[in-house]
Design a protein around this ligand. Structure first.
Ligand SMILES: [Zn+2]
Ligand SMILES: [Zn+2]
Length: 320
């Protein structure tokens, strides 16, 4: 295929595909090194004194899961004062919440190696916590994400996810949301429900599908091997997922991340949750980005060069 500039499904994001430089999975093999041991890892059982006291710990003794405030939080639950300063120099006090979910007591286990039961428990705690923080008056948005590996910004090897609640609305979400709302106003349908239908017809970018979830490699993928995970039933906010969907999400993530691990070994990645208050135009989804390349100056402008077509990524990532 010749080079092509693709536009995102609904937003103004552009990606230049340059597949002649295509790489095979083995060219991307992860080179992450593990440096910590259970002795010096603050997330390991026996080292609880190295972290702030837990907000959630189940069960209390011999815990299976633990939610803690970040020891060095970017934001904290101080009194909210709103925006301060005048024009050009506006600022806020660092109000917000920054929490870490330690997903297993087992230091060596990777996320996709956890049992389905444990993954469901992780999702349940994330959903509960998300809901609690979302209800706080001064909180504008609750981000949920997972960084795995040093290249993806995780300073600790022990598998964990993060929840950061902010008094300000993230620009990337508002941009995507505006694009989705614009589509909705024109078509009177959720853009993502339409995207799911259109991609199912095309088939080439579908990675996997089960009763409740669909995984695809997006048409204008920013990253090589990027994937998006959608509930098939329209849900806009994370906590609208019911028990059955939670179970299927655990199954889907275990298989998807497991498939990546099969291709790339110990690879760095992000999982980002895209949730938005109940609406007809926003469709909850997760985005998975293996951190297989580093972006530079050109991407600063919001135009990306991707040497790997999503059709090719979908073919390699496909699982049942
Ligand atoms: Zn550990
Ligand atoms: Zn939808």
């Amino acid at each position: 295929m010749k080079n092509e500039i693709r536009k995102d499904y609904i937003s103004e994001k552009y990606v230049i595909f340059s597949p002649k430089r295509a790489k095979r999975p083995k060219d991307f093999k992860g080179k992450e090194e593990k440096t910590m041991t259970p002795e010096n890892c603050p997330f390991c059982p026996g080292n609880e004194h190295m972290t702030p006291p837990a907000l959630i710990q189940i069960p209390k003794k011999k815990w299976k899961i633990r939610l803690i405030p970040n020891k060095f939080p970017a934001l904290s639950g101080i009194k909210f004062k709103g925006e301060e300063g005048g024009s050009f120099f506006r600022h806020y006090k660092p109000y917000g919440y920054h929490e870490i979910l330690i997903e297993t007591p087992d230091h060596g286990k990777e996320y996709h190696e956890l049992s389905l039961e444990q993954l469901e428990l992780c999702l349940r705690i994330i959903i509960d916590r998300y809901k609690k923080l979302r209800k706080k008056k001064e909180i504008a948005y609750v981000t949920v994400f997972k960084n795995k590996g040093k290249m993806a910004g995780a300073s600790l090897d022990h598998t964990h996810s993060q929840i950061i609640a902010t008094p300000v609305f993230p620009r990337k979400i508002s941009q995507k949301m505006e694009a989705a709302e614009k589509y909705y106003q024109k078509e009177d349908r959720c853009p993502y429900c339409d995207i799911i239908r259109a991609e199912k017809n095309k088939k080439v970018r579908i990675i996997s599908e089960n009763r409740e979830f669909l995984v695809l490699a997006p048409y204008a993928s920013t990253w090589p091997y990027e994937s998006w995970v959608f509930p098939k039933k329209h849900v806009s906010e994370l906590y609208e997922l019911d028990k059955r969907q939670r179970k299927y999400l655990a199954i889907t993530l275990k298989k998807l991340i497991g498939k990546y691990a099969e291709l790339f070994g110990n690879f760095p990645y992000h999982i980002v949750y895209n949730s938005f208050p109940e609406s007809d135009f926003w469709h909850f989804h997760l985005e998975v980005f293996p951190k297989l390349k580093i972006y530079g100056g050109f991407e600063y402008y919001g135009v990306y060069v991707n040497e790997l077509l999503p059709e090719y990524a979908a073919r390699n990532l496909r699982f049942r």
